[in-house]
Design a protein around this ligand. Structure first.
Ligand code: ZN
Length: 185
């Protein structure tokens, strides 16, 4: 469970740490606001992707399923700053599919946690492999990291791209290229 009291105390301390007066009007409600916001943006901590992938439908044709341009917002676990962008998910069924919205739901379970983009990409692919048991999965994430653009190297607009393949997508250039072609169409 998210401990809102702990978050509130920490935010107050953080503001004091940067030399702020936590008693001034604009900051009075800030610890409380952040505690409520964190409950939402880290809500994936208490969620199980398996729940979203439980309801499956039988199919005769095991054609590639692609859900592209899933907009997401996540939080970098190194800086607690946002990173956000698009996730693209593909899988080749093994007789079963899930509702398309469930792919976006699965992405959300893992984005609403402290994350690294590489880890996020792998966790989405692994959850699909585990719960849907398809022949293969491919996940690509393109994201902009505020910890890169707002501070440090300051490269606005630069994107980090991560790709993970599992099952028959691994070392199968034809399938991988079909996925890339579908992303462009
Ligand atoms: Zn970062």
């Amino acid at each position: 469970m998210v401990d809102q009291e702990k978050i509130k105390a920490a935010v107050k301390l953080l503001l004091e740490g940067i030399g702020e007066d936590t008693g001034r009007e604009g900051l009075l409600e800030t610890p409380d606001r952040i505690a409520r916001m964190y409950t939402e943006i880290f809500g994936g901590m208490e969620e199980d992707a398996g729940e979203h992938l439980k309801k499956r439908f039988h199919v005769k044709n095991n054609e590639m399923v692609v859900e592209k341009d899933i907009t997401f917002y996540s939080t970098c676990e190194h800086h607690l700053m946002p990173f956000y962008g698009k996730a693209h998910v593909a899988y080749i069924p093994n007789g079963e599919v899930v509702g398309l919205s469930k792919l976006a739901r699965t992405v959300e379970v893992f984005t609403r946690r402290p994350q690294l983009q590489e880890q996020l990409t792998a966790q989405i692919a692994d959850a699909l492999m585990e719960h849907l048991k398809p022949q293969g999965v491919m996940v690509m994430i393109e994201a902009e990291h505020m910890c890169m653009t707002m501070r440090g190297v300051k490269k606005p607009g630069s994107k980090t791209v991560t790709i993970v393949t599992r099952g028959i997508f691994e070392e199968n250039n034809v399938l991988q290229n079909t996925f890339f072609a579908l992303l462009k169409s």
